[in-house]
Structure formats: C-alpha cells, structure tokens
Design a protein around this ligand. Sequence first.
Ligand SMILES: NC(=O)c1ccc[n+]([C@@H]2O[C@H](COP(=O)([O-])OP(=O)(O)OC[C@H]3O[C@@H](n4cnc5c(N)ncnc54)[C@H](OP(=O)(O)O)[C@@H]3O)[C@@H](O)[C@H]2O)c1
Length: 345
Amino acid sequence: MLLDGIVTALTGWGILATGHIASVFARDLALLSDEARLVAVGSRTLERAMAFAADHDIPRAYDSYADLAGDPDVDVIYVASSHHDHFASAKLCLEAGKSVLVEKPLTTSPDDTAELINLADERGLFLMEALWTRTNPLLRKAAALAASGELGEIRHVSANFGFAFRGPPTHRLLDPAQAGGVILDAGVYPLHMVNLFLGEPTDLFGYGSHAATGVDSHAAAVLNYPATGNRPAGTATVICSLEADLPTTLEVFGSFGRIMINDFFILPKEMLVYRGHHRDVAPEVLVTQWPGAGYTFQAQEVMRCLRAGEVESPMVPWRDSLAVSRTLALWQSVVGDPRPQREES
Ligand SMILES: NC(=O)c1ccc[n+]([C@@H]2O[C@H](COP(=O)([O-])OP(=O)(O)OC[C@H]3O[C@@H](n4cnc5c(N)ncnc54)[C@H](OP(=O)(O)O)[C@@H]3O)[C@@H](O)[C@H]2O)c1
C-alpha cells in the first residue's frame, strides 16, 4: 500500500480459532485488502481449519495453534478462541515472536493479564485486547469530548449490555470449563466504557445471580470514584445479563451536559450531545457510518501501531485492560465465582 509516497508491505494476519467471531473478523479484514492480507488460520482440528480457509480464501490452514504461531509470513495473530484459552494462546504467539490482537476479555484474571503485558513489553511485541468498541469513531469522539472539559466534570457514567440467551448449557457462555459467565463475556464492555470516562474505581458494590451451570448470568454493580486532587467524586452503574434484553446504552453525565449513545455495543451509529441541561438545549446529533460489521477500525488501529513500531495502542492501552481485568475480578468476587481456576503449569 502507498503511505505518504512510501510503498509498504501488506500486514500478514493469522487467525487463531474458527468460531463465530473469527468468521466475522475475517470478513471485515477482507474489506481492508489494500493494507491487510489473511495468510493463515489455525484450529485444533485440520478439518475446521481447512473449512475456515476455504470459506475465507486463506492460503494456509494449520491443525494446531502452535503451527500457526510458527508461520514466518504471519505478522500478527488474532486470538479468537474462548475465554479460558486466551492467556495460553496469546502467550504461545508472543513467545513465537508474533504480535497479537486478543479477544475480550484479554485473560480471565488480573495476574494473567499482567503476565501477558509483561511478556509483550519484554519482547517488544504488540499486544491489544480486541475491545473493538473503543476504536469506534463515535466512542472516540465521546471520550475526547469528555476529556476536553466541555461537559464539565464527569460525575456519573451508566452502561448496560444484556440479552436473553436461549442457547444450550454446553454453549461457551454457560460453560464453566470455557470460563463462561456474563461478567467476563458481556460485563467487560460496560466496564471498558466506564473506564474510558472515569478510569479505575477504588471499590465496587454488586449483586448477581447464576445459571444452572454455575456461571454468573446476571449482574449489576455500582462503582466508586472518590474525589482526588484533580477531580471531584464520581460514580458509575453497570448491568450485564444473559437473562434479560437490556437497553445497550451508554450515558455520560457531566456537570454542564451529557452524552447518550444507544446500542453502544451493537450499532453505535448515533450520539446525542447535550451542552447544558437536557430540557433546555437541543442535542447535537453526531452520526457515523462503518463498513462491514464494525471490526475494521480495530484492525486498522493494529496495523497503524505495527507500522509505527508501537507495542500498545492508545485506544486500548495496557493499563486500561489491566484496570478492567481487576474490576472484573472484583465484580466476580462479590457475585461469587464458582469457576475452576487455571492450573499452574
Ligand atoms: N468482539 C466481539 O464482538 C465478540 C463477539 C463474540 C465473541 N467475542 C469473543 O470471541 C471469543 C470467541 O467467541 P465466539 O463467539 O467466536 O465463540 P465460538 O464460536 O464458540 O468459538 C470459539 C472457538 O474457540 C476455540 N476453542 C479453543 N478451545 C476450545 C474449547 N475447549 N472448547 C470450544 N472451543 C475452543 C474453537 O476453535 P477451533 O475449534 O478452531 O480450535 C472455537 O471455534 C470469546 O472470547 C468472546 O468473548 C467477541
């Protein structure tokens, strides 16, 4: 591709795992053919790898994640396996010298998240949690607006993400062995949204309930941000559910105005900005469009970082993934976490 008059090589991508989101991402990556090429896919079985490669026109299919990590033409690997596998597979790729984009949640514990970040840092390799909504132009605009002070001090953020899940108990969302549960799967989104505007809370007060398989399936929390020398006190509320269709809204309340985004997870195409009391002022309506399913922005950000030699993205920085990882663990601990812990090797 041509960048500022300089010809650069296409970024070689590998996809690790062949499930639902791997397919969605592969289709969006195909929209970026002027800067990305999908070189290889790895699966636990050759049959699935070959079927995926045929569906997405990928030249190489491997029957192991390790072989994918060893492919010399792969620059960056998108880790799209179920939660329990993120840590092991991302570590495998980093140890093989590959940059990684890892599906959310980055890992299932703050210790594992810290270990991955340290590994990427030591090796000088790119690592990013695939928190795609943080790379969406509307959400970036919202974060910049809040940071500018135009809406005053941000005093409260509310974010929800929930849906009535009808799948079988063996589905990864309900399977303890795959680190299922709503907090890790859906709760990570509202927590990242809150993190974007308020940072890491000092404490959290929460409630929740569990599915028959033992994983958490509905949870709510209030997050506390005591006043510091730089800012007044703030609060946040988050709800996530596999039991009820919640409005997937993000609302940011400042002392001079507010931001409202409906469907921040599914289709954040429109944002309302009130500069003043919402009954006194008409909202400014900001809209955006996106190609494909919305994952091109995160893929482009990964490739921008790789070209610039940056090991972490300012859109999803390591400190924020680590902070959210700690908050997820706190939320799980108050709701109860019956899942087995990863065995130490
Ligand atoms: N960004 C988003 O919008 C979004 C949306 C959905 C999901 N996600 C995230 O993406 C990840 C995958 O979700 P998904 O919906 O694509 O799940 P999925 O359809 O169940 O696919 C998961 C894949 O993980 C691999 N895997 C590794 N160990 C496994 C095990 N023990 N049991 C089952 N599969 C195993 C399998 O690939 P192989 O058989 O090929 O090895 C499987 O196809 C999750 O971490 C989820 O949080 C993100």
